[in-house]
Design a protein around this ligand. Structure first.
Ligand SMILES: Nc1ncnc2c1ncn2[C@@H]1O[C@H](COP(=O)(O)OP(=O)(O)OP(=O)(O)O)[C@@H](O)[C@H]1O
Ligand code: SF4
Ligand SMILES: [Mg+2]
Length: 359
C-alpha cells in the first residue's frame, strides 16, 4: 500500500442475513482515500453507499455484518476491533456526519455540551478548556453568537445551523477522515453551497480527508477530487473527477450524467435510465446492470465483468514508474494522480483490454 493513503478499504463485503436470504449490500468494494482529499461516492438509492460508510464506522447492526475484506486506517486494520478500541477510533480518528442532524443530536441536551462531550471522551482535557475548544470550532464553522448557541437545544436551531453543529462535532477532534453521508440534502441550495465550501476549507486547513456520499453529481463536480460510482453493492466506475465528467465510461455513469437537466439544451423529456435497481437477493447472473443497459451483449447476462482500467488512464493521471514515492511528498491533485486510485476503472466488458483492478 502506498504511504499516501490514509484510509484503504480493500474488497469490503458487508451482508445482511435476513429471513429471505443473504443480502450482499456491499459486495467487494475497494476505496482509497489519500490525505486532505475529498472522495465522492455516488449512485442511486439502495446501491450500498451508506452501508459502506457504516461498515467503516463499525456501525453495522444485526442482521448486517462485515463478512470479508479489510479497512486499513493508516495501515491498521479496523475491521474487527473490540468495542473499546472502536470507541477510540470512532469520532476521534474517523468521524461521520449523518443526513439528518436531528436524528444524531440529542434533543434534550444543549448542542455545545454535546460537542464538548465528544472532546472529553477522546482527549485529556478539562471541561473549561473543552468548552473553549467548542466555541472555537463553532466560530470556524460559521455559527453566529457561539456563546449563546452553546446552550441552545437542537430544536432551537435552523437546519443549516444544526448541520454546522454536526460538522463542528465531526471535526473537533481533528479526525484523519470524515465521512459525510448526504450532508446537505435536507438544506436549501444556498446553505448547501455554504456547507460544502466550509467542509472543503476545513479539509484543506486541517488536512482531514472527506468521503462525501451524495446523489448529486453537481456537488461531486464542485468539491470532489476523485469519484466512485456505485451500483448494486459494487463500484462500477472510479476516476478523478475531471476524467469522470469529461469521459464517463460505464453505461451507468453515462446514464446518470445524461439525466442531469442542462440549461442550454431544450429537451421535451429528461433522460432516464430505464428500469429499477435490482433486488439484491435476486441479482442477475451476469453484470448487475445488464437488465437496464442499452449496450448489453449476450455475455453480459451470464458473465460478471471485473473492474478494468481504461487504456492510458494511468499515464493521463501522471502515473508512472517511481511515482509512488513522490506521492507522499506532493500536495495537490498530482498527489492523487500518483496513487493507484487515480487510475480510471470501469466494470464493463467493453474495457476488458485494460488491466484488472479487482477480481
Ligand atoms: N436492515 C437491513 N436489512 C436488510 N437489508 C438491508 C438493511 N439495511 C440495508 N439493507 C440493504 O442494503 C442495501 C444498501 O443500502 P444503503 O443504505 O447502503 O443504500 P444507499 O446507497 O445509502 O441508498 P440511499 O441513497 O437511499 O441512502 C439496500 O438496498 C438494502 O438491500
Ligand atoms: S458489462 Fe455489459 S451490461 Fe454491463 S455495463 Fe457493460 S455493456 Fe452493459
Ligand atoms: Mg444512504
Amino acid at each position: 500500500m502506498s504511504e499516501a493513503i490514509v484510509l484503504d478499504i480493500r474488497n469490503l463485503r458487508s451482508h445482511f442475513f435476513t429471513a429471505k436470504g443473504e443480502v450482499p449490500a456491499v459486495d467487494g468494494v475497494s476505496i482509497q482515500v489519500p490525505p486532505g482529499k475529498i472522495i465522492g461516492i455516488v449512485g442511486e438509492s439502495g446501491c450500498g453507499k451508506s452501508m459502506t460508510a457504516m461498515s467503516v464506522m463499525g456501525l453495522l447492526r444485526y442482521p448486517g455484518r462485515v463478512v470479508g475484506g479489510s479497512i486499513l486506517l493508516d495501515g491498521r486494520d479496523i475491521t474487527h476491533l473490540t468495542k473499546k478500541e472502536l470507541s477510540q477510533v470512532r469520532g476521534n480518528e474517523v468521524s461521520m456526519i449523518f443526513q439528518e442532524p436531528m436524528t444524531s443530536l440529542n434533543p434534550v441536551y444543549p448542542v455545545g455540551k454535546q460537542v464538548r462531550e465528544a472532546i472529553l471522551l477522546h482527549q485529556k482535557m478539562g471541561k473549561d478548556e473543552a468548552k473553549a475548544r467548542v466555541l472555537d470550532i463553532f466560530c470556524a464553522v460559521g455559527i453566529p453568537e457561539p456563546e449563546k448557541r452553546y446552550y441552545s437545544y437542537p430544536h432551537q436551531l435552523s437546519g443549516g445551523l444544526r448541520q454546522r453543529v454536526m460538522i463542528g462535532m465531526a471535526m473537533v477532534c481533528r479526525p484523519k477522515v470524515m465521512i459525510a453521508d448526504e450532508p446537505t440534502t435536507a438544506l436549501d441550495v444556498t446553505i448547501e453551497a455554504q456547507i460544502l465550501q466550509l467542509m472543503k476549507k476545513l479539509c484543506e486547513e486541517q488536512g482531514t480527508s472527506i468521503i462525501l456520499i451524495t446523489h448529486n453529481m453537481g456537488v461531486v463536480a464542485e468539491v470532489c477530487d476523485y469519484v466512485y460510482v456505485m451500483y448494486a453493492g459494487k463500484v462500477m466506475e472510479q476516476a478523478e473527477t475531471f476524467a469522470l465528467f469529461e469521459k464517463p465510461s460505464h453505461p451507468y455513469t453515462q446514464g446518470l450524467l445524461k439525466s442531469i437537466p442542462k440549461l442550454d439544451e431544450k429537451a421535451e423529456r429528461l433522460y432516464t435510465i430505464d428500469g429499477v435497481v435490482p433486488n439484491l437477493l435476486h441479482l442477475p447472473k451476469g453484470c448487475s446492470f445488464c437488465t437496464r443497459c442499452d449496450q448489453a451483449q449476450k455475455r453480459c447476462f451470464v458473465e460478471r465483468p471485473c473492474l478494468y482500467e481504461t487504456a492510458g488512464s494511468r499515464e493521463a493521471a501522471g502515473q508512472g514508474a517511481g511515482c509512488q514515492g513522490q506521492a507522499s511528498q506532493e500536495v495537490g491533485s498530482r498527489e492523487a494522480g500518483c496513487l493507484e486510485a487515480a487510475s480510471h476503472g470501469v466494470r464493463c466488458f467493453q474495457y476488458e483490454g485494460g488491466g484488472k483492478l479487482d477480481e
